[in-house]
Ligand binder design. Structure first.
Ligand code: MF3
Ligand code: CO
Ligand code: CO
Length: 265
């Protein structure tokens, strides 16, 4: 128990490695952003992610991860997460999440954004805004040594107040030399998250998935990956990789050109 806890606490050199991984991943997101437009296939986004990552000497973490076949996840409209890039062409009115994870010298950076393709319905815009605001509200609630449940206790009331729901089956996670580590970071409070704490030196993601309708999910039986809302209503997500420091949380995947705290979609 103590031993495992200790492994999660990064020293200064390890923190720098994670900062670098986050920075590289964020630069990749900056590169991808202008390409997420009407008429492009989700496969072409994956091709760009794969190419940029290789050109910069890094490795896409999802490729081959538990046999996942692509270099990123692209999740459109009612797809909550783990959408597999393919021949689908983005259309005006779509909302599309691009989730990218890069391995930089053995360390992982993980982030996602939901993009609005041209004019979208009010429901799609509002669910995207909610996911974005929930991510930043949760980050602001974090303090050194706080309980993981601060995250869920912030997100659930906010989403419900706006008439939306919070996905439970898929969660944030610790990360470092591995893609998915303890602690589990649920976006709703549960028993485990009420006892797990976020100490200085820990790296983890916050990645709320907010649904316009039911919170319940269905995983595609054909491909084994694509997760959709049970009722077919839209879902949105934003994700950052964070480092808890002695001063509070540091966002490692902040982009230069992307939406900042307070952004209005
Ligand atoms: N990037 C996702 C996350 O935030 C995980 C994708 S795993 C994959 O945790 F295999 F679906 F790519
Ligand atoms: Co991710
Ligand atoms: Co993640």
């Amino acid at each position: 128990m103590l031993k495992q806890q200790k492994k999660l606490i990064l020293d200064e050199a390890q923190r720098e490695s994670m900062r670098r991984a986050g920075r590289v991943n964020a630069r990749l997101m900056d590169f991808i952003r202008p390409h997420v437009v009407a008429g492009v296939t989700t496969q072409s986004i994956d091709d760009l992610v794969a190419q940029w990552t290789r050109d910069h000497g890094h490795v896409p973490a999802t490729l081959g991860y538990q046999n996942y076949p692509k270099s990123c996840c692209v999740s459109v409209n009612e797809v909550i997460c783990h959408g597999i890039p393919g021949p689908y062409e983005l259309q005006p009115g779509d909302i599309v999440n691009v989730d990218i994870t890069t391995i930089v010298d053995g360390w992982h950076g993980d982030q996602s954004e939901t993009f609005l393709i041209d004019e979208v319905s009010e429901e799609r815009r509002a669910v995207t805004q909610c996911a974005f605001d929930c991510l930043y509200l949760a980050i602001e609630a974090l303090t050194p040594g706080c309980r993981v449940s601060e995250i869920g206790e912030t997100i659930v009331p906010e989403a419900h107040q706006r008439g939306f729901t919070v996905v439970r089956e898929y969660v944030g996670h610790g990360l470092g030399r591995q893609f998915h580590l303890d602690p589990s970071i649920p976006h709703y409070p549960n028993r485990e998250s009420r006892s797990d704490r976020l100490f200085p030196g820990m790296c983890f993601t916050v990645e709320p998935m907010i649904n316009a309708g039911t919170r319940y999910t269905r995983c595609d039986k054909q491909d084994g990956w694509t997760v959709r809302t049970k009722d077919g209503l839209p879902s949105a997500q934003f994700e950052h990789t964070l480092l808890m420091t002695e001063e509070g949380p540091e966002i490692l995947t902040l982009t230069e050109n992307g939406p900042r705290r307070g952004h209005q979609f």
